[in-house]
Structure formats: structure tokens, C-alpha cells
Design a protein around this ligand. Structure first.
Ligand code: BES
Ligand code: ZN
Length: 692
């Protein structure tokens, strides 16, 4: 077969570059097993640029994004076609990525990001890639299309020196405008998590999902993995016949397979007609069912939880309407939510058209839906208008937290939104002041951060979220809500499907607010420079106030002094945020006995609300409240959401007995955690894996 005939030549070239990592034998699902292989026009030659291949550092410095090896200023990917077979046994996606290119510098090679990919072969061609039925050049099925002649080209994978992965350098003949990589992912791909069926709700099928933000897309898609590069894309995904594949895209349904109705495999097709950065490409495969919520909204989930999910998120359609009324039309067609297994390391991820969420939101009383409002808000802040690099994450997350609370205010009222803002600010202050958190990390206290040589996963904190939202609230207070809302609408429409940087934000505030509108009487305009480049919070930062939380705090104090017995606490109508505030207001020296009284009165150890339980388990770990230990262990083993895991493990690790307990539990739980949670907890618990 042509690919086989070609492969050894390319491998020789790759050896000459000293950059071969993969076994030269093509694997089962690569191009060589396909019935009509590519037609080879040229052969691989030793790479003339080998000696001058720049080092990783030089390449990083050359591009506008310190976390990407790509040079979109030279060659820019405009569309991606993806074609995969999902292999649960090998824990691999095998298949192809076909990239359509804009050649801005005709002499430059294509540089892609990769991390731990098994690149088998790279071809080039010149495609007449007009838009297809869905408005984009559909490439996923073009690898073997009649009339397309693919030629082998020279390529090399550079050295992996950090979590940024390795560049793939691909030489481009003068007239080439498309590149095709046949490749496979590796089981350790950080952007994919392969779960066995015991880790799912229904326990009937294994599960796969992707999580690409910030720089994990490169571990499953060879791509220009920079938030500043947007592409449209389409995909064809073949899975075992028992499973369903979904992607953050328009779902085109199932393709008729070669052996229709044999039930052995199912093939799903997707298209994303709006250009998105690589970190927003997302895939999940498993035992999934869909349930409609509104005319533009639905939930996808394991059949065992789909009804509960539809009930929990019944307000999705109203949220969508509320968001549109605030900041303009929704740009993405449908808004669906996929409920993942509990190993998912985040509360939610704003994958376009298909937000991914943790099942820990399924509290039964719709009390945790702020996460849905948040991910929906990203459809504007983040997905439509994207931070140019990860050092400007606050332009995604701060805008989104502000927007989220405006949705919550519209639907559930000002008090609920304010309570969430108070809790958010308190968490931020704790993070800023605690030396074990950000107290000793001034760089991470800034809104605009210099993340050169720093993995964005490492800098993750509440700063871009809560400090960012507070800055926007400060602007709202200074100029008035009406003016500020118009400003935000203008921000979104001016930068739609583009990227933004902090200097652009400063200029936009100057042009659209400062130059056009007076500051309201009795208010002062926030000092943008202090907010953006300063550490901590400016002294005049907004101070959200919710009286009801003061009452909760007073109750906590009265309980702690013994003045008010647990049974007499006024907890009627408390949301999880009231409970959180109550538990956080207990004095540091409370001890285990009063926790026992609270538990007897409110069954906190058995709480089915993950926010309440998470906070309760932090207290139990801190005060060595033993009756909660079995629940703590099962929670830590079942749930992979980093926001819950970290404070519980940290509280355990603060005492000697707790440290031993933490290590024992972690050893059991770690195999089920996502790489992102493992990364955080390995360093927290000083865990040293026996093998990498
Ligand atoms: N986009 C984020 C998740 C993220 C951020 C992943 C940075 C990787 C790097 C998502 O929108 C998010 O912020 N999720 C929050 C929920 C929210 C309500 C604050 C979470 O998961 O806790
Ligand atoms: Zn977010």
C-alpha cells in the first residue's frame, strides 16, 4: 500500500533529524489500512533546515503566544478536518487531522503544537477547498477522496522539554495549502481521560472525555494550540456500537457505515462552522442519552442521571434568553450541557454549543446552577471574544463571573447574586492573604500575568475570576449600569470571533467609557493600572454586602460560644452559600465535639449537596472529626473536582495523622483522577509516582 511504501523513507528523514519518537510501524488505524490509500507524488528528503532548527526557547520567544510553538503570523491554520477511531482498549484515538492553511509567509514551514502524540506520517496537497453544505470546507472525509493526491513531505517532531510539549515542523512545497497528519494519541494524553465503566453513573460502559483548556488540545490534536488562532472544523468519529459520541459542535448525526446495521460500530459526524481556538474543541464518548430542556437547549448524560439533569437544569432556556437580553444575540445556535462522570476536574467547561459539567451540580434543588450561568456566559466572554494568551485569562474569566452574576440577578434576584459575590470576594481575599495559597506569589495576584515559562495550569487561581469581576463591577459603579452594559455590548460586538489583550481593554475603556461618559457623582473611576498590574486588591475595590450573611455569621458565633444550641439554629431557607458562610464563620479552634452536634442536627456528613459536603469535610479534616471519615474517603475517591479535593487534602495534610490518612486515600483515589487534578495534588502531597 502506498503509505507503507512511503513510510520508511519518511522515517529515515526523521532519523536524520534525530527527532523520531515513534515506532516506525504504522498502527492499525493509520492511513495504510484504508482501502484507498493516498497517492504518493514525492518522497521525503533529509531536512535541509535540520542544523538551523531553533531551540524550544527561541521558538517560544519568536511567536506572540509564549505557550505555543506555532507561528500563525507565517502559516495559519484556517480549518481542521478530524477523523478518528476511538479505541477504548488501547486508550487511543487513531486517525487523521487535515489542516487547511493560509500561507502568509510562503517560505515558512508549518509549525504545530503537540504533546505526546504518535505522528505516523505527514502529507501535503493543494486542495480546492470551497465551502460545503455547512458553510465550511469539510475535510474530515477528504483523506481518501477521489481526485486528491497526497504527497509525503518532510517533517520532524522536536524535543519535549516542558509541559508545553514539542513543536512539529512540516515543510511545505510552494503550492501546498493542506497538510494531513496520520497519528494516534497515547494513553497518557493529558487532554483526554479514559474512564472505566465503574467510574460512570450507570456503570454500563467506559467513558472518554476531553478537557483542552489551557494547553491540552495539543495532546490529542496536532494544532496551533493558541487561543489567538481560530479555525472552523469538522469531524468524523467512529466508536463501538454500544456508545454515542458527542462533540462541541453541530451534531450532524450518524453516517451509514460500511456494514449498515451490523451494530459493531457507529460513526458520528460533526461540524463547527464558527471559528474557535483549539482549546474549545471537545469530544466525549460513552453511554449517553439526550433530553430536551427548551427549544434551543438540551442535556446529555448517562441514562442513569439524564432525567435528574434535565430537572436540575430546567432554567437553561430562561438563562439563555436572559443572557441575550443583556449582551446580544447568542452566536452558536444550540446551547446543550453534557453531564460528565464525577472524575471531571472542573465545575464546568464552556465548550461551545456543548458545555461540559460535573455531576456534583446535581443537588436536586437547582441550587448550584450558577455554574451553568457561568459556562453559558462564556459563549460571549471567552468563546466569542477570547483572551489572546493565557496571561490575559481574566478577560475570559473575570468578564464571565461578572456576566454570570448578572444572569443570576435577573433570574433569581439581587440577593442571591450578591451572596455569591460576597462569597467570591471572601475566597479571593483568603487566597491573596494565605501564604500557602497566593500570599507568597505576587505575580499571580495581578490581573495581567507574565506566564512565560509557566504552565497555565500552575497559575490557576481565583484572581482572574473574582478580581476581574470586581474590576468590572467597579467600572459599573463608576459609570452606571446603563452605560456599562452598553460598553459591554460594544466590547462583544466589536471583538466578536476575535481575540483581546489587556492593552486593548485599557484602550477600549479609554475610548468608550472615559472619553464619552462622566463618572457618576460621588464615585471615582477605578485606577486601571493599579487593578491590572498591582498585587492584592485596590483599597477602593467594590464591597458586595449581603445582610443575611451577617445574620448567618452571628448565628455561627452564637453556636460556637454555646449560646445557641445546634437544634435552635435558624437554617430554614438556607442555600449552600448560607451553609458555606456558616461553616467558614466558625472559629478556628471549634474542635470536633461541636461538629458532632451540628452533624446530629443537620446530617451534614450525609449531605447530598456537594458544596455543603465539601466544606463540611474540610472542617472534619481540620478538626479530626472521625465520624465523617468514611464519607470523606468515599467522596475523595469518587469525585475528581479539583476545587473540592484540594482544600480537603490540604486540611488533612496540616496534621501528622491527617497526612498519613491523606496519603493512604490518595494512593487509592489517584488512578481515578484527571491529570489536572493529579498535577495539583501530587505537588500538594509531595507524591512521587513509582513510575512516571
Ligand atoms: N473555563 C473554566 C475552566 C478552566 C479554566 C479550565 C482554566 C482550565 C483552565 C470554566 O469556565 C470555569 O471557570 N469553571 C469553574 C466554574 C465557575 C462557576 C467558576 C469551575 O470549574 O470551578
Ligand atoms: Zn469560566
Amino acid at each position: 500500500m502506498p503509505a507503507l511504501r512511503f513510510y520508511p523513507l519518511a522515517f529515515a528523514a526523521c532519523l536524520a533529524l534525530g527527532a523520531c519518537k515513534a515506532d516506525p510501524k504504522p498502527s492499525k488505524a493509520s492511513a495504510d489500512t484504508q482501502t484507498s490509500g493516498p497517492e504518493i507524488m514525492t518522497e521525503a528528503q533529509p531536512d535541509p533546515s535540520a542544523e538551523t532548527k531553533p531551540s524550544g526557547a527561541a521558538m517560544l520567544a519568536a511567536g506572540p503566544d509564549p505557550h505555543s510553538f506555532s507561528r500563525p503570523d507565517q502559516v495559519r491554520v484556517s480549518h481542521v478536518g478530524l477523523n478518528w477511531v476511538v479505541d477504548f482498549n488501547a486508550e487511543a484515538l487513531t486517525g487523521e487531522a487535515i489542516l487547511l492553511l493560509d500561507r502568509l509567509d510562503p517560505s515558512a514551514p508549518l509549525l504545530l503544537d503537540s504533546r505526546d502524540l504518535d505522528i505516523k506520517q505527514v502529507y501535503v496537497t493543494t486542495l480546492d477547498a470551497g465551502a460545503g453544505e455547512h458553510g465550511v470546507p469539510e475535510l474530515a472525509g477528504r483523506a481518501n477522496a477521489a481526485g486528491v493526491s497526497w504527497a509525503a513531505t518532510k517533517w520532524a517532531v522536536g524535543e519535549t522539554t516542558s509541559s508545553f510539549g514539542a513543536p512539529i515542523t512540516i515543510e511545505l512545497p510552494a503550492d501546498a495549502n493542506a497538510v494531513r497528519l496520520s497519528y494516534a494519541t497515547r494513553p497518557g494524553a493529558t487532554g483526554l481521560q479514559w474512564l472505566d465503566k465503574a467510574q460512570t453513573a450507570g456503570k454500563r460502559a467506559p467513558f472518554l472525555y476531553s478537557q483542552s483548556q489551557a494547553i491540552h488540545a495539543r495532546s490529542w490534536i496536532p494544532s496551533q494550540d493558541s487561543p489567538g488562532v481560530r479555525t472552523t472544523w469538522d469531524a468524523i468519529v467512529e466508536v463501538d456500537g454500544r456508545f454515542t459520541a458527542v462533540m462541541a459542535a453541530e451534531q450532524l448525526g450518524e453516517l451509514a457505515t460500511a456494514e449498515p446495521g451490523d451494530g459493531k460500530t457507529r460513526t458520528f459526524a460533526f461540524v463547527m462552522p464558527q471559528p474557535v481556538p483549539a482549546y474549545l474543541i471537545a469530544l466525549a464518548v460513552g453511554d449517553l442519552e439526550r433530553r430536551e430542556v427548551g427549544s434551543r437547549t438540551a442535556v446529555w448524560a448517562d441514562p442513569a442521571v439524564v432525567a435528574a439533569a434535565a430537572e436540575e437544569f430546567a432554567d437553561m432556556e430562561t438563562m439563555l434568553e436572559s443572557a441575550e437580553a443583556l449582551y446580544g444575540d447568542y452566536a452558536w445556535g444550540r446551547y446543550d450541557v453534557l453531564v460528565l462522570p464525577p472524575a471531571f476536574p472542573f465545575g464546568g467547561m464552556e465548550n461551545p454549543r456543548l458545555t461540559f459539567v460535573t455531576p456534583t451540580l446535581l443537588a436536586g434543588d437547582r441550587s448550584l446552577v450558577a455554574v451553568i450561568a457561568h459556562e453559558l456566559a462564556h459563549s460571549w466572554s471567552g468563546n466569542l471574544v477570547t483572551n489572546q494568551t493565557w496571561g490575559d485569562l481574566w478577560l475570559n474569566e473575570g468578564f464571565t463571573v461578572y456576566f454570570e452574576r448578572r444572569i443570576i440577578e435577573q433570574i433569581y434576584g439581587l440577593e442571591r447574586a450578591t451572596i455569591e459575590a460576597v462569597i467570591g470576594k471572601r475566597e479571593l481575599l483568603e487566597e491573596l492573604h494565605n501564604p500557602a495559597l497566593l500570599g507568597a506569589k505576587p505575580e499571580f495576584q495581578k490581573l495581567a500575568q507574565d506566564l512565560r515559562d509557566i504552565d497555565p495550569d500552575e497559575s490557576f487561581s481565583g484572581v482572574p475570576y473574582e478580581k476581574g469581576a470586581l474590576l468590572l463591577q467597579a467600572l459599573e459603579l463608576a459609570y452606571g449600569r446603563e452605560v456599562f452594559d452598553a460598553f459591554l455590548r460594544e466590547w462583544f460586538s466589536t471583538h466578536a470571533f476575535g481575540t483581546v489583550s489587556t492593552p486593548q481593554f485599557i484602550a477600549f475603556v479609554g475610548a468608550e467609557l472615559t472619553a464619552k461618559h462622566p463618572v457618576l457623582d460621588g464615585r471615582t473611576a477605578p485606577d486601571l493600572n493599579e487593578w491590572i498590574t498591582g498585587v492584592g486588591l485596590p483599597a477602593d475595590a467594590p464591597e458586595p454586602e449581603a445582610e443575611v450573611l451577617d445574620d448567618v455569621e452571628a448565628e455561627a458565633k452564637a453556636f460556637a460560644t454555646g449560646e445557641l444550641p445546634a437544634k435552635e439554629l435558624e437554617t430554614k431557607g438556607w442555600t449552600p452559600w448560607h451553609w458555606l458562610h456558616f461553616l467558614r464563620s466558625l472559629p478556628a479552634e471549634i474542635g470536633a465535639a461541636p461538629l458532632g452536634q451540628l452533624d446530629a442536627a443537620f446530617s451534614l456528613t450525609d449531605s447530598s449537596n456537594a458544596e455543603i459536603l465539601g466544606e463540611w469535610l474540610v472542617l472534619a479534616a481540620t478538626h479530626r472529626y472521625e465520624p465523617a471519615y468514611p464519607r470523606m474517603e468515599s467522596f475523595l475517591i469518587e469525585v475528581g473536582r479539583r476545587k473540592f479535593l484540594t482544600p480537603i487534602y490540604r486540611a488533612l495534610a496540616a496534621t501528622e495523622a491527617g497526612r498519613a490518612q491523606a496519603k493512604t486515600i490518595y494512593a487509592k483515589a489517584r488512578p481515578g483522577y484527571h491529570a489536572i487534578s493529579r498535577g495539583t495534588l501530587d505537588s500538594l502531597l509531595k507524591y512521587e509516582p513509582l513510575s512516571p
